[in-house]
Design a protein around this ligand. Structure first.
Ligand code: COA
Length: 180
C-alpha cells in the first residue's frame, strides 16, 4: 500500500522496534518481550511489516511466521499471523487490510506458503470482520486459548491448490472444536 497517506514497508529492527513494542502494549492484551519480535523478524522478515504515516510515525504492524504442518500425504507450508495491530487513531482506513494482504503476498511469493491461519478472540468483531472480508474462514473454536480464559476462533485462508479442505483439517483441525 503506497497511497500518499501511509506506506507499508518491511520492519527494520534498528528503527522500528520501540514503536512496534509500544503499539503491541497499548492495543493488544497479548504482549511480548522485545526479543520475541527480533527473533521472529530474523526468521521471517517477509512477514513482518509496518505501516508508516506521512510524518514518519509507525501506526501499525503485522508479524507472521512460517510453520510446517504434516498431512497424510504432503507437508504444507503455513503462514501464521502472530500479531497485528493498528493505532486507534488510524483505523478504518485500510491499513489492517493492507498489512494482512501484503504479508500474505510476501509469504506466498517468497516462502511458498500454501495456507494462512491465525487465532482471534471470539469477541473481537472488528478483527473477525477484517479477516472474513479478505477471505478467511473459521475452522473452529480453541477453548480457553487466552490467558483470561476467552476462546479463540482459528481462522484460515488457502493460498495454493495444495491446501484442500481435507488437508487443512488434518494440518490445523486437531486444535479446534467444530462450530456449527
Ligand atoms: C483489527 C484491526 C487491525 C483492523 O485494522 P484497520 O486498519 O482498522 O482495518 P481496515 O481499515 O483495513 O478494515 C478493513 C475492513 O475490516 C472490517 N472492519 C475493520 N474494523 C471494523 C470494525 N470496527 N467493525 C466492523 N468491521 C470492521 C471492515 O469490513 C473494513 O472495511 P471497511 O472499512 O471498508 O468497512 C484494528 O481494529 C486493531 O488494531 N484492533 C486492535 C488489535 C487487534 O485486535 N488485533 C487483532 C488481533 S487477532
Amino acid at each position: 500500500m503506497e497511497g500518499g497517506e501511509y506506506r507499508i514497508r518491511r520492519f527494520d529492527p534498528s528503527e522500528d522496534l520501540s514503536s512496534v513494542v509500544r503499539l503491541n502494549r497499548v492495543f493488544l492484551p497479548e504482549n511480548y518481550p522485545s526479543y520475541f519480535f527480533v527473533e521472529n523478524h530474523r526468521r521471517c522478515p517477509e512477514g513482518f511489516l509496518v505501516a508508516e504515516a506521512a510524518d514518519g510515525s509507525i501506526v501499525g504492524y503485522i508479524m507472521c511466521r512460517v510453520e510446517t504442518k504434516f498431512t497424510d500425504d504432503i507437508t504444507l507450508r503455513v503462514g501464521h499471523v502472530l500479531s497485528v495491530a493498528v493505532d486507534r487513531a488510524h483505523r478504518r482506513r485500510g491499513i489492517g487490510r493492507g498489512l494482512m494482504l501484503e504479508a500474505e503476498r510476501n509469504l506466498v511469493e517468497e516462502r511458498g506458503v500454501d495456507l494462512m491461519y491465525l487465532e482471534v478472540r471470539v469477541s473481537n468483531t472488528p478483527a473477525i470482520s477484517l479477516y472474513r472480508k479478505i477471505g478467511y474462514e473459521i475452522l473452529g473454536v480453541i477453548p480457553m486459548y487466552y490467558a483470561d480464559g476467552e476462546d479463540a476462533y482459528l481462522m484460515y485462508k488457502p493460498t495454493s491448490r495444495s491446501a484442500t479442505p481435507d488437508r487443512i483439517r488434518r494440518a490445523l483441525g486437531s486444535r479446534v472444536r467444530q462450530v456449527n
